[in-house]
Design a binder for this molecule. Sequence first.
Ligand SMILES: Cc1cc2nc3c(=O)[nH]c(=O)nc-3n(C[C@H](O)[C@H](O)[C@H](O)COP(=O)(O)O)c2cc1C
Length: 218
Amino acid sequence: MHKTSSLAAHLALIILLVCPALSSAQQLKPILLLKPQTDGGRPLMQVLKDRKSSRAFSSEKLPPQVMSNLLWAAFGVNRPESGKRTAPSAVNWQEIDIYVATTDGLYLYEAKPHTLKPILAEDIRALTGTQPYVKEAPVNLIYVADFSRMGKATDEQKVFYSAAGTGFISQNVYLYCASERLVTVVRASIDKPTLEKAMRLRSDQRITLAQSVGYPKK
Ligand SMILES: Cc1cc2nc3c(=O)[nH]c(=O)nc-3n(C[C@H](O)[C@H](O)[C@H](O)COP(=O)(O)O)c2cc1C
């Protein structure tokens, strides 16, 4: 009996040492996002008139319904029968993942179940960009291309298609933010090696861009 429990303790220690990401993610709970409200918003032409980048964020958090709507607008499933999404993707590879960095930790947006999967129980917002305002934004989206989903594409195609795919998603976020009077800015200024390490990404996952979202600073 004693031997069994000591073996279990050793195994737990090995798991903690080998899988730090797993251990920290376990402190966060998965978030089942609210059903997105897909019948609201301001008229498209007015939203286009207001679309812009802003960099002054209030620390106010996004309410759960706004977080749900934002992620659905970004790259949610808009045709459940086919699993297709609110933004196009080359060959329908759907290679872009949206990671969501908040004060609570880092999550992965899973579009089909419309959930946030815990990745890290750490506030890594400050690492998601090199500019000072980044850590003030309550939400920083990190767009990550999963090259393993891109079939037989060449390396050049993988980089080009995933950059293009990110652009469509980012513009969806811009339009949602303009509609809801949230502020946002898409960002390439990122220390990618440091952030990829902090996020424990695989070598075939590449950060493309990041995007800060929040309410305007008063
Ligand atoms: C690919 C790309 C990368 C960008 N990178 C940054 C960035 O790192 N930091 C930043 O503050 N803004 C960044 N921007 C935002 C641009 O500065 C902004 O779109 C531009 O000044 C035009 O302003 P507007 O978006 O309000 O029209 C980026 C925009 C794009 C499209």
